[in-house]
Design a binder for this molecule. Sequence first.
Ligand SMILES: [Zn+2]
Length: 195
Amino acid sequence: MGSWVEGVWRWKLSWMREWFVWERNLVDNLFQSFHHISIQHEERDSLSWLMDQLGLCSVKSAYEAVVTHNVDCQRVEILDNIWNLKLPSKVNFFLWRVFIKRLPSMDNLLWRHIVVRENKALCMFCGEVVEDINHDFFSCKRIDGIWMFFLHGMSLSSALPHEAEHHYWQHVLLHDLVKKNSRWWYVWCATIWVV
Ligand SMILES: [Zn+2]
């Protein structure tokens, strides 16, 4: 966990495994949050709610924290809808993992040394860059053609984002069918599943 070095607390965390790529930012955020904490040698540990000046948690302070920190409602709505779609549960689960970037893509396997050589981790479609979730489903030039096919079918023209959440919204909004459970939900989800 850490130790005192000449009167200053030094964090030293040990981990059960290597981090996934998506976890690196979380770890950085964790260490950044430590900078605001002053460890006192003589004081007992205690729990404190950081969103309140007195360190006390209340419904009011929790609500204000949610509003102040601008919880991403669109993302919550997408994830909520993913689970409500009438699909085989394995498909719901897969889509959810795409959105939260929890698939064993090559960039992650490379990072964990499960795949050792970078040239073994290239995109299986274009073979030009290391595979990652955004590339696999959205930005690969081979996959982009599928999404463009849908647009052209509706006589639409647009560049599509290379990230799941934004890609989804643009795909649906462009087709002007924003109702939940519209067929474009299913077209988008089916395409991701098939890819
Ligand atoms: Zn590719």
